[in-house]
Write a protein that binds this ligand. Structure first.
Ligand code: VGL
Ligand code: ZN
Length: 208
């Protein structure tokens, strides 16, 4: 059992990221059982939930003439425009029904500011607005963060990079995550993670 100084961060295991969902991640449903198994090895688990207002700036539908998966310049930088997904209190925003982590202590909801996206569980896409997660983890004695969930190349990678920048030891559990892989984003994410000193590992190393 992992101790008090280690946390499992389970990112966005939500219906809209599952096959058939609004922003489907290929094989996204395959993470659910391995996440359940991993979670049993951790006393401390935190979940995240992408949680957008319907008028969110990241939705292509909210910009005339724009289509999903284009990028657009916003005041805080380049933003990928997504299909409408994870709208607050909709079934698509709910956690997958088979996700079984009764001892999860905290659910961080992100992307709730209408004008700013937040892939990261730590810092919004303006790169300045904190979610409070770094302070929470420090206050609860966490030193090492194990990241998994959806999607590897967006919310998992950005969360892992920000966890590292906040001073935590960080690993990404590859086979407990699945990627969107838009224009080489998965390769780029692994390169950025390696350069930042994030460990790439497989679930078996934690389940032995
Ligand atoms: C995500 C794109 C938009 C993710 C969330 O969970 O990786 N990706 N919103
Ligand atoms: Zn989103």
């Amino acid at each position: 059992m992992k101790g008090a100084d280690e946390v499992l961060l389970v990112v966005d295991v939500q219906n809209d990221f599952m096959p058939g969902g609004a922003l489907a991640v290929a094989h996204g449903d395959e993470v659910v059982l391995v996440v359940n198994r991993l979670a049993r090895a951790f006393s401390h688990v935190v979940l995240t939930q992408d949680w957008h207002p319907a008028s969110h700036v990241s939705f292509a539908a909210n910009h005339a003439g724009r289509t999903p998966f284009e990028t657009m310049a916003l005041p805080y930088g380049e933003q990928v425009l997504w299909p409408v997904h994870c709208v607050q209190n909709t079934p698509g925003a709910a956690l997958h029904r088979d996700l079984d982590v009764p001892h999860a202590r905290l659910v961080i909801r992100k992307g709730h500011h209408v004008d700013v996206d937040s892939y990261s569980a730590f810092l919004e896409a303006d790169r300045t607005t904190p979610t409070g997660l770094a302070g929470y983890l420090r206050d609860t004695g966490v030193k090492r963060v194990y990241c998994c969930g959806l999607a590897t190349d967006y919310c998992v990678a950005w969360s892992a990079l920000d966890a590292r920048a906040a001073g935590f030891d960080v690993a990404v559990i590859e086979d407990a995550s699945r990627a969107i892989d838009l224009n080489g984003s998965l390769d780029a994410a692994w390169r950025d993670l390696r350069n930042a000193g994030v460990t790439r590992m497989q679930a078996a190393a934690l389940l032995a």
